[in-house]
Design a protein around this ligand. Structure first.
Ligand SMILES: [Fe+2]
Length: 192
């Protein structure tokens, strides 16, 4: 059974004073998901300002719910992106499901992208958060390599994903007047 997602999808804030683990029932979005949303929000708002049409409530729902099935798959195995997407599809939210489905790996080659959409922004934002800390792509992929790159095949997969994320980063920042390393300053309000 999927955890209740309706409050987020209705655009209402879901608050919790206690620290929520991934998908813990009643805990609200996990800290990591909130950080992914902060990165996606800064980029989404900036891209809207330069004329790229984005659905910010959809972006928010996708960012906050992208790891909704993580706890379930940590416990019982399986692919958390696919399972989370299936849950949201069943609940009647195919656009959110598509974001969740591609938050680990994009189906589309970012090199062919004209403008980034909600799917690409959540995928990129996910690569900018290491546990709960906002970091560079290099730092995030170094961590992934340490944790999951134990076989040559796994290392190759991670390197391929990093290459695609770097292309995606270029595409996202192309129309913007700030750099990937400036995101933290925007989140903390020192650059507006
Ligand atoms: Fe994830």
């Amino acid at each position: 059974m999927p955890p209740p997602a309706a409050p987020l999808l209705a655009g209402r804030a879901v608050g919790s004073r206690r620290r929520a683990a991934h998908g813990r029932a009643g805990g609200g979005p996990c800290r990591r998901c909130q950080q992914v949303w902060q990165v996606a929000r800064v980029l989404g708002e900036a891209l809207v300002k330069v004329g790229i049409p984005l659905d910010l409530p959809l972006l928010r729902a996708g960012a906050l719910l992208h790891d909704i099935a993580k706890a379930e798959t940590l416990k019982n195995g399986g692919n958390h992106a696919a399972l989370g997407a299936a849950w949201l599809e069943d609940l009647g939210y195919p656009a959110v499901a598509a974001i969740i489905a591609q938050h680990v790996c994009l189906q589309r080659d970012p090199a062919t992208l004209e403008v980034p959409g909600e799917i690409e922004l959540v995928n990129y934002a996910d690569k900018r958060v290491r546990h709960t800390e906002i970091v560079s792509l290099a730092e995030r992929f170094a961590d992934l390599r340490r944790r999951y790159g134990r076989t040559p095949e796994a290392g190759r997969r991670i390197s391929a994903n990093e290459k695609r994320s770097r292309i995606l980063e270029e595409k996202i920042f192309q129309p913007l007047k700030f750099q990937p390393e400036d995101i933290l300053a925007f989140i903390h309000g020192s650059r507006l």
